[in-house]
Design a binder for this molecule. Structure first.
Ligand SMILES: [Zn+2]
Length: 290
């Protein structure tokens, strides 16, 4: 018989500070414990009334190269790396206070968030964890960019990410398969950094975006590999994309049981699968009740 897992929050308050990639604005995050069944909630302490933005897929908005959440006129953006750390470290309930809308970019990875949250410790709560189980295949996308969710006998969530931008891309083809759990996240997934091709990075900066970002702040691929930088893993790029999948899927607000195969998926497709998973939780709850 499988034991019912419980929800968790953090034991101690922790902090992370940095600058937003897109805005360049300084931002401080404070992670605070929260009551059972409250989920992950951002609190904009820089705005009057300190509005809350819940990390729920229904608040997701499409934005370029990042995940944005909007609720009652307040927004938070670039939330995917923070959310991935919270999900993988099995923190179901947490308040993330922020004093600017954009989360800190740090080194382009989720490592700073994972370290802070590990220091916070886990506190088990007397409420069963909300689970969604993938019982039948779900496929989203087209021939080249897609996500496939399938049932799995392995416990928890396993993700395989295949990155292949074709022969003209300077980003090398790679793939990663990892079980998402507390043990592997901090060593195998969280350190993987975000990346861009040089032409795309120059395009953004010519439009006045992310002008303070340097070659050391993320991985920029030129014709001969990373510029003024080196990879932490040979498959660092697919590991990072896998990290984004975790953060985006966590917006279904349930722990996921099953396997995801991702082929060139980005935030939009990830968000659409999170929506499907959320709708599946409704059906599974109705079946239980019936
Ligand atoms: Zn990312």
């Amino acid at each position: 018989m499988q034991l019912v897992p419980y929800q968790n929050t953090i034991e101690h308050v922790s902090h992370v500070s940095g600058r937003g990639y897109w805005s360049g604005r300084a931002v401080s995050l404070t992670f605070l414990p929260s009551e059972p069944n409250s989920g992950i909630r951002f609190r904009r302490v820089d705005l009057p009334g300190k509005p809350i933005v819940s990390a729920h897929v229904e608040h997701r908005r499409d934005t370029q190269l990042r995940t944005t959440l909007v609720q009652s006129g307040a927004h938070v953006e670039m939330v995917e790396h923070v959310l991935a750390a919270l999900y993988a470290l099995q923190i179901d309930n947490c308040i993330v206070e922020c004093d600017a809308p954009e989360m800190p970019g740090m080194d382009g990875s989720a490592l700073s968030f994972a370290i802070a949250l590990e220091r916070s410790g886990l506190r088990r709560q007397l409420a069963p964890a909300k689970m969604v189980s993938i019982c039948a295949p779900i496929r989203i996308g087209d021939e080249s960019n897609y996500l496939l969710a399938i049932p799995s006998r392995d416990p928890g969530l396993t993700i395989r990410y295949v990155l292949d931008y074709g022969p003209t891309s300077s980003v090398p083809k790679c793939e990663s398969t990892l079980l998402v759990d507390r043990e592997t996240f901090t060593t195998e997934i969280a350190p993987a950094r975000t990346f861009l091709e040089e032409k795309d990075a120059k395009g953004l900066q010519s439009r006045g975006v992310a002008t303070h970002v340097t070659y050391r702040d993320l991985i920029i691929f030129g014709d001969h590999g990373p510029i003024e930088n080196s990879l932490r893993y040979q498959d660092e790029c697919s590991r990072h994309k896998l990290l984004d999948v975790i953060g985006d899927l966590s917006l279904c607000q349930h722990r996921i049981q099953g396997k995801i195969i991702a082929h060139r998926s980005g935030h939009n497709l990830n968000g659409r699968l999170a929506q499907e998973l959320f709708e599946l939780t409704d059906k599974q709850q109705m079946r239980k009740a019936g």
